[in-house]
Design a protein around this ligand. Sequence first.
Ligand code: AMP
Length: 192
Amino acid sequence: MLNLILFGPPGSGKGTQAAKLVEKYNLVHISTGDLFRREKKTNSPIWQEVQSFIDKGELAPDSITFRLLKAEMDKTPDAAGYILDGFPRNVNQAASLDVFFAEEKTAVSLLVELIVADQEVITRITSRGKIEGRKDDQNPEIVQNRINIYKSQTSPVANHYDKVNKTKRIDGIGTIEEIFERICGVLDAETV
Ligand code: AMP
């Protein structure tokens, strides 16, 4: 299996790149942010539990997030691998994922981090907020909070996988196609 963690701050282009990677490598894309937004559409009990966190730009509780992720993976037992986008978001989630994959006789293959500077991230998120109507993308304080949480809680996940030589960092500035080529270069070099 090829299990890729597509990593980077909010607005670094993970979703865009994941959509292209899925086509090329025949993987299943799971975005935990998208899973939460799906719950929002039906105002489900899960959404009611996590709404206050998400609307403030904070992380949803690990247990709920992991349950949602596993339920989504269970829908595709024959997957050739997964592209995880927005997960793991802290070291505890990474540890749970490692245990779960080990039980399934698989593992994280690579973590690819898209490096994008704060100011560029803020510009991109603000424009996405207007287009997609995302509450958590429109308020500058909430956007800043998400960036802060990325730095304090999420970026240690890259170090976690660095310890086992699975983290690759690439420049996340450029055209969609240029960044895609960079990611493919890393994947192809690591998975031959
Ligand atoms: P995203 O679309 O990945 O930016 O996610 C939107 C929001 O959903 C985040 O700001 C968090 O509030 C929540 N969220 C998404 N993924 C996770 C995760 N792995 N753990 C906790 N909260 C998450």
